[in-house]
Design a protein around this ligand. Structure first.
Ligand code: DX5
Ligand code: ZN
Length: 215
């Protein structure tokens, strides 16, 4: 299976979001990544439910929603109703992670868990049987356009070994600083889904960049 590309609309033009979604619809993008920030879990605010709902109306592509918020349990149902297909919570924001991912699946979504750069993949050993995706943060979350942290490659490989050993069917997604220079390193390490914000939306030809990222 070819790599899944999930452009992050954090870097889109919010004054003309419909136009950027149309570009994604016409592109080879597989998913659309929506970054939700609360100004508490991360030192930034982004957008919330009404924007996700609008994006849902504008595309048939799966919405890959990444919650960088505390107390995500309060909003799981609302994000489902807004149109999320894959809902990812941050490991560091969940006191009862396995309960949270079970609730995401019960609502009919795929469940993902994101790990900050400081969080070891080994901490997911007892959660892997219950999830569909792990998102390795390759920048400290909060902003688009940051530089890729190379240490993430080792985490991807280590996670791949854990997934293989357990015989799980889990997508490894990488998010932060992904571009045409590191895509091969990431796929070689075992990543099978890549988020890209800045490298897509700030390129001269976003559709072409998406095609090139897909390889
Ligand atoms: C960062 C977000 C990312 C971000 C990636 O906190 O989770 O999804 O949009 O943006 P780039 O690709 O610009 O690093
Ligand atoms: Zn993200």
């Amino acid at each position: 299976m070819s790599i899944i590309i999930s452009p992050s609309i954090l870097s889109a033009d919010f004054g003309n979001l419909a136009k950027d979604i149309e570009m994604l619809n016409e592109s080879e993008a597989d998913w659309i990544h929506c970054d939700i920030m609360d100004g508490v879990f991360v030192p930034n605010l982004s957008f919330g439910l009404p924007v996700v709902k609008k994006v849902r109306e504008l595309t048939k592509k799966p919405l890959d929603v990444h919650l960088m918020i505390i107390e995500p349990d309060k909003y799981l149902k609302s994000f489902r109703e807004a149109g999320a297909d894959i809902l990812t919570v941050q490991y560091e924001a969940c006191n009862h992670l396995n309960r949270t991912v079970a609730a995401i699946r019960d609502l009919g979504m795929k469940a993902g868990v994101a790990l900050n750069p400081h969080t070891p993949v080994a901490l997911l050993k007892n959660t892997l049987p219950f999830i569909d995706m792990v998102l390795i943060m390759s920048v400290n979350p909060g902003f688009g356009g940051q530089s890729f942290i190379a240490d993430s490659l080792g985490k991807v490989a280590e996670l791949g070994t854990m997934i293989d050993k357990g015989g799980y069917d889990i997508i490894i997604e990488v998010d932060g600083g992904v571009n045409l220079d590191n895509v091969k390193l990431l796929t070689d390490a075992g990543a099978n889904a890549l988020v890209a914000g800045n490298s897509v939306f700030n390129s001269d030809n976003p559709r072409k960049t998406i095609k090139m990222l897909k390889g």
